[in-house]
Design a protein around this ligand. Structure first.
Ligand code: FAD
Ligand code: NAD
Length: 475
């Protein structure tokens, strides 16, 4: 029985879903958003993985740990010394929790301001664009809408021989909520989560060992950038083992005993906590009722076209539960696109220019093609790079590690990719994204006035270097 009619129902209140709901409401559509996420207090916490146990809390802990580490590793170079620096764990974790609450609560306020109706519970798509909502108390109700958007997100992949127990073998949520600094932290997977959260605890004093199955480090990044990252992380003491396969993880005497093998044979390692960060999978459990016609691919992702349409009238899917990178900003833009298409506007996402950022020290950021991809695609290209060590601002900040690399088409000079490792490159990448969206050339970047002294001059000089005319280094 249908008891509430909407124009748009969004299932999932993460960054893809909540942004979609707000945009739909802005466009005058009567919108509902159903979300099941419970905060630490057991109450509804909108914002999904990103706001609760992902982007935001991880950046809060990365910032706190960077400040702490800087006391002993950066400030002495400025002539500042601090004795007996201490970390108060309750404040460290409490600050993160406060930030999470501020932002999850903020989504609730935005829903009210935009007249989005929030439902706390689990949504299931039924035939004919009906959605069954099972509330936290088990009560069911059925909603109906012309358009339903699935934004159910993703969950961590579990290894069968290292199952999460929430105490010793933990996922991202566990690693963001430890009550003490583990003496020995094992991490399975040298991907984004492994490196970011491994860095947090390393900076606070944990011995961090990362076990990565693949032989290459950060295979998705440009090889020049990955090489510098590997060197810098090694200097920081992150012990990264490549081509290493975990076969066993046993909890014994308040610790986890690991067995893994690499080209040198089998090894044993004992750690106090084990973070398993081997990727995430689309979450579609109990989401689709019989006969909806919505298809799911071999990796459990909802099948969609380039406009996030599932092929079923009025049913769309966005964010981590569909193909493409699992990034908050990718999901958000898909949410805006779908809301605008529903409202009869020209929604679009340019999947070729999505920025990627890894918030380690130094940070990594890139957009567009890597040099390897240009080679594999037989694309004629030229490159220019410039080191932060030759940039006045970076040296003044005592953060000289890294470089910016610009890849441009050899004939047209159009920018094909920009790759960065260095201080605050998470912010610098935006300039490259704008230039690429406007189909800019390296010459365009090279001719733009950049303020002095700023880190952005490294982007300027790298663009000049494409044409072998960098000014502050020998070409
Ligand atoms: P989610 O955020 O997963 O939200 C889905 C929501 O839907 C959840 O609240 C879930 O409870 C709810 N839900 C699922 N099924 C149902 C149902 N049937 N009924 C009702 N509700 C349902 N990305 C970045 O871009 N930058 C970062 O810095 C970054 N850092 C990250 C750090 C960590 C530790 C992790 C784990 C991820 C990080 N990500 C980052 C990835 C980012 O969090 C995801 O890409 C993003 O959250 C995906 O958004 P989404 O809305 O598709 O899904
Ligand atoms: P990931 O895909 O980045 O890395 C997983 C790593 O684990 C890979 O290097 C993979 O080769 C390795 N691996 C897989 N199976 C293994 C095994 N059995 N043993 C050892 N290594 C194994 O995934 P993640 O770090 O779990 O992050 C999940 C998603 O969250 C990512 O797709 C990312 O997009 C998103 N995320 C983004 C950010 C950011 O944008 N800064 C931060 C965190 C997470």
């Amino acid at each position: 029985m249908t008891d509430i009619q909407f124009d748009v129902i969004v299932i999932g209140g993460g960054p893809a879903g909540y942004i979609c709901a707000i945009r739909a409401a802005q466009l005058g559509l009567k919108t509902a958003c159903i979300d099941a996420f419970k905060g630490k207090d057991g109450k509804q916490a909108l914002g999904g993985t990103c706001l609760n146990v992902g982007c935001i809390p991880s950046k809060a802990l990365l910032d706190s740990s960077k400040q702490f580490h800087g006391l002993t590793h950066n400030l002495p170079a400025h002539g500042i010394s601090v004795e007996n620096a201490k970390l108060d764990m309750a404040t460290f974790i409490g600050r993160k929790d406060k930030i999470v609450k501020q932002f999850t609560g903020g989504v609730g306020m935005l829903f009210k301001a935009n007249k989005v109706t929030a439902f706390f519970g689990t949504g299931k798509l039924l035939k004919g664009n009906e959605v069954e909502v099972t509330g936290a108390d088990g009560a069911k109700q059925t909603l109906k809408a012309a358009n339903v958007i699935i934004a159910s997100g993703s969950v961590p992949i579990e290894l069968p021989f290292a199952k999460f127990d929430g105490k010793y073998i933990i996922d991202n949520a566990g690693a963001l909520d430890l009550d003490r600094i583990p003496k020995r932290l094992g991490v399975i997977g040298a991907g984004v989560i492994g490196l970011e959260l491994g860095s947090v605890w390393k900076r606070l004093g944990s011995e961090v060992t990362i076990i990565e199955a693949l032989p290459d480090f950060l295979g998705a990044a440009d090889a020049d950038i990955a090489k510098i990252a590997a060197r810098e992380f090694k200097k920081q003491g992150l012990d990264i083992h490549l081509g290493a396969k975990l076969s066993k993880a046993e909890v014994k005497k308040n610790a986890v005993e690991l067995t893994y093998a690499d080209k040198n044979g089998e090894h044993k390692l004992t750690v106090d906590k084990l973070l398993v960060a081997v990727g995430r999978r689309a979450y579609t459990q109990d989401l689709l009722g019989d006969g909806t016609g919505v298809k799911v691919d071999q990796r459990g992702r909802v099948e969609v076209d380039e406009h996030c349409w599932t092929g079923v009238d009025g049913v769309w899917a966005i964010g981590d539960c569909v193909r493409g990178p699992m990034l908050a900003h990718k999901g958000e833009e898909e949410g805006v696109m779908v809301a605008e298409l529903i409202a009869g506007k020209a929604g679009h996402v340019n999947y070729d220019v999505i920025p990627y950022v890894i918030y380690t020290e130094p940070e990594l950021a890139w957009a567009g093609k890597t040099e390897q991809e240009c080679k594999d695609q037989g694309m004629p290209y030229k490159t220019g790079n410039f080191p932060f060590a030759a940039n006045g601002r970076a040296v003044a900040m005592n953060e000289p590690a890294g470089l910016v690399k610009v890849i441009a088409h050899a004939e047209t000079d159009r920018i094909l990719g920009v790759h960065m490792i260095g201080p605050v490159v998470s912010e610098l990448i935006a300039e490259a994204v704008v230039a690429m969206e406007f189909k800019g050339s390296s010459e365009d970047l090279a001719r733009i006035v950049h303020a002095h002294p700023t880190l952005s001059e490294v982007v300027h000089e790298a663009a000049l270097a494409v044409d072998k005319r960098a000014l502050n280094k020998a070409n």
